[in-house]
Write a protein that binds this ligand. Structure first.
Ligand code: NDP
Length: 330
């Protein structure tokens, strides 16, 4: 990372640097990155504002989840040629002592899925919906960023649990995909002028679960429609990640808290592995079965070349991605 961005990251935020390939020592392995996950949380790591995780240092390697190949190993359980789920960050090679690294075997069917539907985003969708959303068949669920790895999974699990699912996404193509391919009951384009009115029409019985991915004007449209005892898993606020100040207009904090109080809402933030790490095996079992039965669909957008990661990341925060964005590094 070359400099901390103010607002949207730019071409100057990250810099490509060449250094010698590190030499593994005793009890270490050398990993070669095959796939790098791009995720909205990375914007938070570029900032030194207080957060749940330490920022990346200026001059340091940008963090990131990776699928990598073991090039050499002095660790039991990791052999040359194994693919692993690791945190190499935005670089071709990394050393590891095996801590926090999962062996995926030599020939996993879809190696990059460990960064998406079977990994952090898929798990986030499942845990946020089932543990905080506590769905009951017949209820209405609203989720934005509806075609991304979290939102698409939330909505599809919602349908499997008998919910009425309303997606919100950027543009008609994404909305058509959410309804026709993912099976959502409806999907609204947040770029239109009358989102609040459309949402009201799409939710005649109000909203019982709002899976919060984006904040901003989507949240504004949702709050008046929340039913008594509605649940709001607060997963992310991606519309605000590049913001440099609070939005214009009157302070609406007390309006929001008044809704929380009067409607007895349950609004709970979560950081997936901090809150729910112990549930990963339960998630993996359920998700594997759903995928095998063809009940959950997953869309990836693979972009070649580490050198293209900065631009791809800037585009992710703008909604230019259509599905889970992954960089094929080698
Ligand atoms: P996505 O791949 O869905 O990418 C982000 C999407 O957000 C964009 O594609 C865009 O979709 C949408 N978006 C961007 N700006 C706006 C805006 N102003 N208004 C409405 N939508 C906008 O991301 P993920 O599925 O990986 O992540 C979704 C959310 O989940 C993020 O907030 C992320 O930070 C959070 N998250 C939280 C975790 C946790 O532990 N709490 C773990 C993992 C993810 P579109 O074009 O459809 O608007």
């Amino acid at each position: 990372m070359a400099e901390r961005p103010r607002g949207e990251p730019t071409a100057q935020t990250l810099r490509l640097a060449e250094t010698p390939i590190p030499q593994p020592g005793k009890g270490q392995m050398l990993l070669r990155t095959r796939y790098l996950s791009l995720d909205p949380y990375m914007r938070g790591r570029m900032s030194d504002a207080p957060s749940y995780a330490a920022p990346v240092e200026v001059g340091g390697v940008m963090v990131g989840g990776t699928v990598a190949e073991v090039v050499s190993s002095d660790i039991d359980g990791f052999a040359v040629g194994d693919l692993v789920l690791s945190g190499n960050g935005w670089q071709d090679y990394a050393l590891s002592d095996g801590t926090g690294v999962t062996n995926l075997g030599k020939t996993p069917e879809h190696p990059s899925w460990a960064l998406g539907i079977m990994g952090m985003p898929g798990f986030t969708a499942w845990a946020g919906l089932t543990q905080i959303g506590t769905p009951k068949a017949g209820e209405t669920l609203v989720v934005a960023a509806a075609t991304g790895p979290v939102g698409a999974t939330v909505g599809q699990i919602g349908k499997l649990m008998g919910l009425r699912v309303i997606g919100i996404a950027g543009g008609p193509e994404k909305c058509a995909y959410a309804v026709e391919e993912l099976g959502f009951d409806a999907c609204l384009d947040h770029k239109t002028d009358d989102l609040a009115a459309q949402l009201k029409q799409a939710c005649p019985a109000g909203i019982d679960i709002y899976f919060e991915n984006v904040g901003g004007k989507v949240l504004d449209a949702v709050i008046p429609l929340l039913n008594p005892f509605a649940r709001v898993p607060v997963c992310g606020l991606v519309s605000q990640y590049n913001a440099t100040s609070l939005p214009d207009g009157p302070d609406r904090m007390n309006w929001l808290m008044g809704n929380v109080l009067r409607k007895k809402l349950r609004v709970q933030g979560f950081i997936i592995f901090d809150n729910f790490g112990h549930l990963y095996p339960e998630f993996a079992k359920a998700m594997m079965a759903w995928i095998k039965e063809g009940k959950i669909k997953y869309r990836e957008e693979i972009i070649d070349g580490l050198e293209n990661a900065p631009e791809a990341f800037i585009g992710l925060l703008r909604g230019e991605n259509f599905g889970k964005r992954v960089i094929r590094v080698s």
